[in-house]
Design a protein around this ligand. Sequence first.
Ligand code: ZN
Length: 414
Amino acid sequence: MSDSVLVTGVDELATGSPQPVENGSVDEDGLCILRGAALVVQDGRVAWLGPADRAPAADRCIDLGGRAVVPGFVDSHAHLVFAGDRAAEFEARMTGTPYGAGGIRTTVAATRAADDELLRGNVRRLVGEMARQGTTTIECKTGYGLTVGDEARAIRIAHEECDAATFLGAHVVPAEYADRRDAYVDLVRGPMLAACAPYADYVDVFCEHGAFDEDETRLILDAAKGHGLAVRLHANQLGHGPGVQLAVEYGAASADHCTYLSDEDIAALAGATSAGSTTVATLLPGVEFSTRSPYPDARRLIEAGATVAIATDCNPGSCYTSSMPFCIALAVREMRMSPAQALLAATLGGARALRRTDVGHLTVGARADFAVLDAPSYLHLAYRPGVPLVTSTFKAGTKVGNDEVESNGLNPYR
Ligand SMILES: [Zn+2]
C-alpha cells in the first residue's frame, strides 16, 4: 500500500458525477460541486473526499492554496500517430478552399516515410501536451498508415502510449487503391484487421461521402466484431448519411462528429441512452472551428436525452488542437452548452464514450485523475478561453505532463 496523500486548499471541487457528496450541491445539469473540499489519494485511487474540515489524517499533504479541481479530462477521440505538417492546407482553407477528406493522404505519405522512433516521439509529445492541459485519458486511432505493416505499427504505438487504441484502417482509400476500392476494403477487413486486432480495443470507420459508404462500413464492422473489437464510428460529419444509424445498430460505444443529424438520428441516439446500451454522441467542436463549418446542435441532443461527449479530434488536418479547455470553451460559446454540461461532456461523457467507469469523475474508488486550475471555479475554463489555467495534472495520483517535450531530437514536421 502506498502513502496516503491529503489534497487540501481546494476552494471548489467539481466531482463530475451526479452522486451527491457531503456538503456538495448538484446543479440542474447534474454536476456536483463541493466548496472548501479535500480529497485523500491512496494507491492511485480516491480514498476519501468531502469537506476539508472533516478530512482524515494522511501520510502526506498537498495544499493547493485555494484553487479549483476538476476531474482529468477524457479525450475520447484523437489521431496522434502521424508525421508531417499541414499548416499550408490550413492556410489555404482559411483563405477559401473547403475541407474534404482527401487531405488525409498527405499525412499518409509522411507517416509511411517516418520511422517508428519519430512516430512514437510525436505521440509522446502530444500526450504530454494534453496532460499539461488537464487530460488524463486518451483514445488514439490509427489511420495514416493504410498498409498492413504501417497500420500494425500504428496500433501498437497507440496501444502502448495511450489508454484506448482504435483501428482506423478505413480512414480513407489510399491513392494506390483509388480504382480498386473493393480490394482495399478486403485488405482492411482481412489481413490488416488480423494484424491490428491484438492491439486494438475498438474499430472505427470514416463513414462519409468521399470516404466509406454504408455497405463498405458494414463489411468492416462485421469483420471487426468477429475479432472481438468494440465499435466507434466517424459519422455525419460532412453531411447527412447512414453513420449514426449504423453506430446505434451496431451498439457502438460512440458516434463521433454528429454535425448533420436528422430527427431520426437524434431519436436513435436518445433511444440508445434510454435503452441503457449507450451510443454516446461525441461532438468535436474544434473541427468546426478549424474548418469554419457549422457546429452540431448539442442542445437538441441533450434535450432529447442523448449522452453527449466532447473531444478534441486532435489530428494534423481538420483540427490540430490538443486542448480540452479550448473545446469546452467552444462547446459553451458555439454549441450553447452550459458550462456544467460542457465540463461533464469532457469528463464523464468521454469516459462513457470509452466505456470506462473508473475515470471521468472524482468519487471514492475512482482513479485519482484530476486537473488543478489556477482559478476559483471550473467556470473559468469557458470564461477565460485560450488561457493556460491548468497548473498541474494528476493521473492515478501522480503528477503528469511536466516532462520535457519528448521528440527524441527528431523533427516530426518534415
Ligand atoms: Zn477523427
